[in-house]
Design a protein around this ligand. Structure first.
Ligand code: TRP
Length: 448
């Protein structure tokens, strides 16, 4: 059989940026503040930081190790590295997870596109809080607009993925991710001058440990996996495009730090604003989409900043949806030998079939919204609280116990050329600490 030629990222910066492109997105700017707000602020932040920096970095490195060793999509990677029917099944679960995430992710991705349109049209200027809140409700309840936005977003994603890794993914991430960081720092400075800055920062940074419980732990775990794009094979796929010379641990560390920084910046922007304008930190879905337009209102040149911000948010979101679709497309092209464009089209259609009901479930009185639990929330919950923790656990167990140790160490140290002590410690985390931590958090949530 003819072997398909696999593409590689072209440079070390290329991988970091492509992976950062995958990691940075709605998870940081939309989901992180939602979760921090709902789980007690500071207490959540501390747990989140520990999990992201220790377990997150190790799991990201692990996915790179598996991907680069096998040079294949998640299903093929497990099959190549270990015989037997069980492990490829873990890859299949990952691909399924990518579908489910992409389905509800494109709902909010569509909103970002809608909000970009609103900022171009200047819909926020001169509006007060109730009006801005009303705009969010009208937009999400509009009969067709959110659906059109979602489908356009999905089509854009498919277009980039159909063109392939290097041309598509790498190029966009290179310029735009650093730009996003700059604009977020500007927004932060503004937010810190608002009257509620003190209360907002106190909520976000002062841990109230009485709020700590099993749900906070699992939510922090789920959020860190979601934000870092780990626990379902996305970065096994990206790892398969990394060249032999690159340093996996340092790339994973840079991406984790950048991702965490952006999440914290989002918190520093959103909580002071929420406290200033009297928006509940537990406001959920509407939190980012009401606080941010309110902050822009307070700024000179607000129209301009709002426009650039939503443009960058659309792009950051796009680089994330690309990475999710890429998991499915890499699996379909390599396992079922479909062409890239065909795989991109079929998988987008399948995603739309779940994604459209997810968007509709946001409407007031929707039949897809039972007892306050919408289909959207359900998809979000089962992926972050079950699929990713279980997937992440199986991935670290695989690399720590089922892969041959010399193979794992060979990838970690690039054939013995990189410093050993740190990498031994990482191997220890992969083998013992990460699995035990995930099991403890997962089980404590089940027993609750
Ligand atoms: N990490 C992205 C974000 O924070 C979302 C994302 C992209 C993702 N690829 C993923 C989440 C893979 C889980 C798994 O917005």
């Amino acid at each position: 059989m003819q072997k398909q030629k696999r593409e590689n990222f072209s440079s070390k910066l290329g991988i970091i940026l492509a992976t950062a492109g995958s990691a940075l997105g709605l998870g940081n700017i939309y989901r992180f503040p939602c979760e921090a707000g709902a789980n007690g602020g500071g207490a959540f932040l501390i747990v989140y930081l520990i999990i992201a920096l220790v377990i997150g970095t190790s799991l990201m490195t692990t996915e790179f190790i598996i991907g680069r060793r096998a040079k294949a999509n998640p299903i093929g990677a497990f099959r190549k590295l270990r015989s037997g029917p069980f492990w490829p099944f873990v890859g299949i679960l990952g691909v399924l997870c990518a579908f489910l995430i992409l389905a509800f992710y494109t709902t909010v991705a569509g909103w970002t596109l809608g909000y970009l349109g609103k900022s171009v049209a200047g819909h926020f200027s001169g509006q007060d809080l109730p009006q801005i809140q009303q705009q969010f409700t009208s937009f999400t309840n509009h009969p067709w607009l959110p659906l059109v936005c979602q489908l356009v977003f999905l089509a854009l994603t498919a277009l980039v993925v159909a063109r392939g890794v290097k041309n598509g993914i790498e190029r966009y991430s290179k310029i735009l991710m650093p730009l996003l960081l700059v604009i977020m720092v500007i927004l932060c400075v503004k937010s810190l001058t608002l009257s509620g800055a003190h209360d907002g920062l106190k909520f976000f940074f002062n841990p109230d440990f009485s709020k700590l419980n099993a749900s906070v732990l699992i939510n922090a775990l789920g959020q860190s996996f979601f934000s870092l794009s780990i626990g379902m094979g996305c970065l096994i796929t990206y790892g398969s495009y990394i060249s032999k010379e690159d340093n996996l641990l340092s790339s994973a560390t840079s991406v984790t730090l950048a991702d965490t920084l952006v999440a914290i910046l989002a918190g520093i922007i959103i909580f002071p604003a929420a406290f200033t304008f009297g928006i509940q930190p537990e406001a959920g879905a509407s939190l980012a989409f009401t606080t941010l337009p309110m902050v822009f209102q307070q700024m000179t040149g607000g129209y301009f900043f709002c426009l650039i911000f939503f443009l960058l948010l659309v792009i950051a979101t796009l680089t994330s949806t690309i990475s999710l679709l890429e998991v499915i497309v890499a699996a379909l092209t390599e396992e079922l030998h479909l062409s890239r464009p065909a795989a991109a089209i079929y998988s987008s259609i399948a995603t739309a079939l779940i994604g459209i009901p997810a968007t509709l479930s946001f409407r007031n009185g929707s039949i897809l919204n039972l007892g306050g639990h919408s289909l959207f929330d359900l998809l979000d919950h089962i992926t972050a609280s079950y699929f990713m923790p279980i997937g992440g656990l199986l991935i670290v167990l695989f690399a720590g116990w089922w892969m041959k140790k010399p193979d794992t160490m060979d990838e970690l140290t690039n054939g013995g050329t990189l410093s050993l002590p740190i990498r031994r410690a990482v191997y220890f985390i992969i083998r013992y600490i990460a699995p035990v931590a995930i099991i403890v958090i997962f089980v404590s949530q089940m027993l609750k």
